[in-house]
Write a protein that binds this ligand. Structure first.
Ligand code: G3I
Ligand code: 9MR
Length: 548
């Protein structure tokens, strides 16, 4: 019975740091741990406080094996439960990290994936996007409906083949943040992409693939930014080169302009040191960010409204205080002009884990990074940033501590993309840890990573290709249409959520169990760039927590 197996992170634990397993059952039980080549237990103990996890209607207790710090494969034994093996290693997340970032390469538009980089997932190029049409909703005098222009490259958003500026914004920023926070690590790190032999870090090369597209989403005539580049309807289950439906840019929106301004301003600063490799780009992005901000100021309430003939993702958002705050912070950091901080100063609550629609936390991350670099900011801003991050993290710690599963997830976190809620919470915890390296932040962060890598009631690693059990039938067109059994690796699926908008064959409505590993489940089993990006960040962060 699936109830009778301990639940744990299939990829293992770091040498030092928190190590917890979940033991199903209503009572506290005794456990022992056997080390490799040794029949004597290296650890014996009792689980702590059996408690009920309402999200899965399950009683569990927690086993703490953090005292173990030597690398190896350990056997974990509880009377009456199936024995399992867990790993302790110096860098247990190394391979999954590389795969999670490689996933972005696999989702590149406008390029053939060659076998030497893509292995069995090699495929022909699709979606050149060199002749994209302006949709009626985006028409202007300079670019009337039907006007065509070129906006190639970029990443496909998810399991579909469209490219959406709003969602691209948080995804690209999160990878830029990953690079900036772990720059030394990424100078050498490679995962075999076409640019691996060049002088720039692979992570920046991957990001540049998307920035090249994003840059083309601005109308140079007025600074406005198209909301998305899309077919009118979602494609069927086909490979990228097998679909030729017309591609349109749809509506300019305030949200797209602000996301664009924020990312381009940040990117301009990050790529500045690579002027000789990417001549002129830092200056171009700076000018584009400023133009987009100006357009947004002139059009502060142009909300995306899906035209009647367009049926793809909407990414509509009418609450833009957070987008103003984030874009403003990035423009302040780009220009030094303090008036850009006005919207950030007006935020009233500590940040929460970010999402495509709620980006306030990203403003905190960027300011926190400046503080770490010793920049002098006024004391009100310093207080807002440091207190905000610590308060937000302490709220997550309290959810973690109250959770029977030791995971900082509550019922209302199980939304479309719940696994990314978990990863964005973990990223926020690391940002707080950088402010104040408290073990409790690391514990809550590890709990969330353990959750997506197997310590969950479905006993599933939610990352394709990793862990003893992982999703096979993701809602990802290339994975479903290629002739390879295994899905494209390194993708974090959206995860359980009781909305069940796809009406697939769910067996329960419990939040943490509302998941189906089937193509039909686009509401729980799709993959997306904004979900993988915080996974990449968290895996890189794990690598940087102290080793001893
Ligand atoms: O905002 C309401 C909130 O007020 C309410 O309490 C809550 C209750 O469920 O719903 C919230 O709205 C949700 C919205 O996301 C904002 O989080 C909707 O229910 C939910 O259906 C919606 O899901 C989005 C989904 O597209 C459908 O539009 C996901 O966030 C978003 O990640 C997903 O993105 C899709 C793209 O459209 C197309 N490409 C694939 C991608 C991933 O599936
Ligand atoms: O395949 C689409 C997926 O990429 C989107 O995230 C999802 C939500 O917008 O929609 C999927 O398309 C479905 C459509 O919305 C309804 N009919 C079934 C489609 C999937 O087979």
């Amino acid at each position: 019975s699936p109830q009778l197996v301990p639940l744990y992170n299939y990829l293992g634990f770091r040498l030092i740091g928190p190590k917890w397993l979940v033991v199903p059952g209503e009572r506290v039980v005794s456990f022992k741990v056997i080390a490799p080549n040794n029949d004597q237990p290296v650890l014996q103990g009792e689980t702590t406080r059996a408690a009920y996890w309402p999200e899965a209607a399950q009683w569990v207790s927690l086993a703490d094996v953090s005292a173990l710090t030597a690398p190896g494969e350990y056997q974990f034994l509880v009377p009456g439960l199936k024995p399992i093996h867990f790993t302790i290693a110096a860098a247990p997340y190394s391979a999954v990290h590389d795969s999670a970032i490689k996933a972005f390469y696999y989702n590149r538009a406008s390029i053939a994936l060659e076998p030497r980089f893509a292995g069995p997932w090699a495929r022909a190029a699709g979606h050149p996007d060199t002749s994209v049409k302006v949709h009626t909703s985006a028409a202007s005098d300079a670019r009337p409906a039907g006007f065509t222009f070129s906006a190639p490259k970029g990443w496909y958003d998810a399991g579909d083949y469209n490219k959406y500026v709003v969602n691209s914004g948080i995804s690209t920023y999160t990878l830029l943040r990953t690079y900036a926070d772990f720059a030394d690590f990424y100078q050498q790190r490679q995962w075999q992409i076409p640019e691996s032999d060049n002088a720039t870090p692979d992570l920046l090369d991957e990001i540049m693939w998307n920035l090249d597209w994003l840059s083309a989403m601005q109308d140079p005539n007025d600074g406005g930014v198209y909301h998305k580049l899309t077919t009118l309807a979602f494609a069927g289950i086909v490979m990228p080169d097998q679909t030729h439906a017309e591609r349109f840019v749809v509506q300019k929106s305030t949200a797209a302009a602000l996301n664009f301004a924020a990312v381009m301003a940040n990117a301009s600063r990050v790529i500045q040191p690579f002027e000789s490799q990417w001549p002129g780009k830092a200056a171009l992005y700076r000018q584009q960010a400023l133009a987009a901000w100006q357009w947004a100021q002139q059009h502060p309430a142009v909300y995306y409204q899906q035209p009647a003939d367009v049926h793809t993702g909407a990414y509509g958002d009418e609450q833009l205080a957070d987008e103003w705050a984030w874009a403003g912070v990035e423009l302040f950091l780009l220009t030094g002009e303090p008036t850009y901080l006005t919207a950030f100063r007006q935020l009233t609550a500590p940040p929460t884990a970010p999402s495509w629609a709620n980006v306030a936390a990203l403003a905190y991350y960027s300011l926190a990074a400046e503080l770490r670099q010793g920049r002098n900011l006024d004391s009100v801003i310093v207080g807002q940033v440091t207190q905000g991050l610590l308060q937000a993290a302490d709220q997550l710690v309290s959810i973690h501590q109250q959770s029977a599963y030791g995971v900082a997830m509550r019922a209302d976190d199980f939304v479309w993309g719940s696994n990314a809620v978990a990863m964005n919470k973990a990223m926020l915890l690391y940002q707080a840890w950088l402010v104040s390296p408290q073990p409790r932040y690391e514990q809550a962060m590890q709990g969330l990573l353990d959750y997506v890598l197997g310590r969950n009631p479905l006993q599933l690693s939610y990352v394709t290709g990793f862990g003893i059990k992982h999703p096979q039938f993701i809602h990802h067109r290339p994975s479903a249409a290629d002739n390879v059994d295994a899905p494209v690796p390194g993708w974090l699926v959206g995860g359980p959520q009781p909305g069940q908008q796809d009406q697939c064959a769910y067996t329960t409505t419990l939040p943490a169990l509302s998941y189906v590993d089937d193509w039909c489940s686009y509401a729980s089993n799709e993959v997306a760039i904004n979900w993988n990006a915080p996974l990449v960040y968290v895996l890189a962060a794990m690598h940087h927590l102290p080793m001893a």
